[in-house]
Design a protein around this ligand. Structure first.
Ligand SMILES: Cc1cc2nc3c(=O)[nH]c(=O)nc-3n(C[C@H](O)[C@H](O)[C@H](O)COP(=O)(O)O)c2cc1C
Length: 260
């Protein structure tokens, strides 16, 4: 089939999923529209036809998708639309994220033809997978995109028989969040960037030092994007220790995997 349009729907709190997505897109012979669903202010959805290709991309949190990403993916509907699912993880494990993406895609009218579990620097514990995605990941992702394009070109219409088997379990892992929450220092200039970009609306726009700990998912978006570096994760010592332990347990390089 001839693909009339490529659209990417992605969640990326600190930009690493978007980086992986861009490396994938570099392997496609056509351009793509990008829809960033990360902010809680994002309210839209869209519908796609059977001759379009949709790329879903999200990070892995606790072995599954971040809850707001899974909820917002549901606003996108296909009509037998071919899709690709990219799960991006910080070298620990992607556990059930790909089967969850497969289920979400299928339930919403998409036919997922290809999957990738790509490694990127751990956004919470940055010594894990530091510098990823790197040149090797870029090669794997671009080659995967070329194969996806060939696969779509070779079929007349996407059907369930084209869906590859991916590792993971149902029911999915239960993730109850991380015990780290961001705090705001005196250098906050009340610009409101953190409140606007927060995936869950956990930060008060009027007073960013007020973060709702129940709503916060520990995604690090506010810490990374604050122009005055006023936000940091606490408690610092526990996070430092968790990073040390994870580096010991999961420090060995894992490769970006693809499934077609
Ligand atoms: C709250 C939280 C939970 C995470 N859980 C996992 C995990 O279970 N396995 C893993 O390998 N990486 C995990 N990571 C790392 C992210 O999946 C990884 O850094 C990803 O690239 C972040 O993408 P982003 O920059 O688009 O937000 C976690 C990160 C955060 C903030």
């Amino acid at each position: 089939m001839n693909v009339s349009k490529v659209t990417c729907v992605y969640f990326s709190a600190t930009g690493l999923t978007e980086k992986v997505l861009d490396l994938f897109l570099a392997g496609l012979p056509v351009g793509a529209e990008k829809i960033n669903i990360t902010s809680h202010l994002f309210q839209n959805g869209a519908e796609f036809g059977p001759d379009e290709l949709v790329i879903f991309a999200a990070p892995v949190y606790g072995g599954v998708l971040p809850a707001p990403a899974a909820q917002r993916f549901e606003r996108f509907k296909g009509r037998g639309t071919p899709a690709v699912c990219l799960a991006v993880y910080g070298n620990r494990d992607f556990d059930d994220a790909l089967v969850q993406m497969q289920d979400l895609a299928e339930q919403n009218g998409f036919i997922p033809l290809g999957f990738a579990a790509a490694v990127a620097q751990h956004s919470l514990m940055p010594k894990l997978a530091a510098g990823r995605p790197d040149g090797q990941d870029a090669k794997v992702l671009a080659a995967f995109a070329r194969k996806v394009w060939e696969k779509v070109g070779d079929i007349s219409a996407a059907s369930k028989t084209h869906i590859p088997v991916v590792p993971g379990n149902r029911p999915y892992r239960v993730f109850n969040g991380v015990p780290f929450k961001p705090e705001t220092s005196q250098s906050c200039v009340h610009c409101g960037a953190c409140a606007a970009h927060c995936p869950t609306g956990a930060i008060s726009a009027a007073d960013p030092s007020q973060t709702n700990p129940q709503a916060c998912i520990g995604c690090m978006a506010c810490v990374r994007l604050c122009p005055s570096r006023a936000r940091s994760m606490k408690p610092k010592f526990s996070l430092w220790l968790a990073e040390k332990i994870c580096l010991f347990k999961y420090g060995k390089r894992k490769e970006t995997q693809t499934f077609m």
